[in-house]
Design a binder for this molecule. Sequence first.
Ligand code: NAD
Ligand code: MG
Length: 388
Amino acid sequence: MQTLTILGATGSIGRSTLDVVARHPERFRVFALSGGAQFELLAQQCAVFVPEYAVVLDESVAVQLRALLTSIHCATQVLVGVQALCDVASDSSVTTVMSAIVGAAGLLPTMAAAKAGKRVLLANKESLVMAGALMTAAVREGGATLLPIDSEHNALFQCMPEPHDSKSIASLTLTASGGPFLHTPVAELKNITPDEACAHPRWSMGRKISVDSATMMNKGLEVIEAFWLFGISAAQINVVIHPQSIIHSLVNYVDGSSLAQLGHADMRVPIAHALAYPERIHSGVGLLDLATQGKLEFFAPDLEKFVCLRLAFDALNAGGAAPIVLNAANECSVAAFLDGCIGFLDIDRINELALNTVHPAIPVNLDDVLAVDAQTRRWASQIIMDMA
Ligand code: NAD
Ligand code: MG
């Protein structure tokens, strides 16, 4: 029996996780759920899974959630704030933490889980992008197990037998759908609306990652994520566009073998894999029928058009604080785009300007990482105000 804390339970990954968990009550018990502002959904989840704790971000939301829980006679206790997220991620009764908060906000609770030696199911790629060295060290020192949830990295993990000799791997190929604007001319991207950017052709996801998919920043963040997860050089990571999203990535071995993982584009597949690893459980997703899939296409990404993908390689090669700067600038520019303050192509502009302008000292600890993040956000808010 695994005891779970699900950080970001009300989000897309959080809901998919609970969908899989509900299919296997004999395997999983929920200790804590967290959510941002969606307290009504969180209350419904508490009614079904009866966790010890529900964690929200601020006291006003907590008051409303407590009232709802009382009205449905649910005994779940409501906690508030970042320290509470860290506490439920590291509590001694917890075996497994699903890290599915979006953005830099996931960093501290994920680190807390890693330090406490948990089985960490990592959807929050931003925390590895920001603090890959510190996170992998915390996993090692804390005796934690890091299992990737991102479908591409989960695919790569599944295609690497354990133990394997890292010298046997020539390269990793991350597949990318190319997002909703794969074939849209750059001239037409200027007037894209947030809803158009969030209408992903293959995956149903939260709004931030949906915009990241449209700019291909998501693939860029995933390149950096792969660098830290698999200890491979940037030069050995490549990206191929595969619009059908059936092949979720490939490991290319030195002998000419490439191993790929296939499946429907449904996050319950990697979630079920990581929840049950090394066993296999039903995820609620059906089997592939290749004969009905039709054509599978593959081609190289256009790095002139998808600026953010190029920037991610630049940031990874630059090292130091660059990935933190890029991630923070991107979170700000995407939020400003979703709020209607800037245009779609301004995301590229702000992210590129940030990488070229913000040059903090190389961070050595978590406080430094948070300081670079905050410094970049202050810089980005100013630029966004000037633009808007
Ligand atoms: P989402 O927006 O649907 O959900 C985000 C969750 O985090 C919600 O529960 C929200 O309440 C919570 N949250 C938001 N801001 C918070 C804050 N400041 N503090 C605490 N909690 C906060 O996002 P999602 O699509 O589920 O993505 C979650 C993470 O998983 C992201 O890092 C994303 O890159 C990654 N991921 C998602 C998918 C997918 O298919 N959705 C696939 C791969 C990776
Ligand atoms: Mg992915």
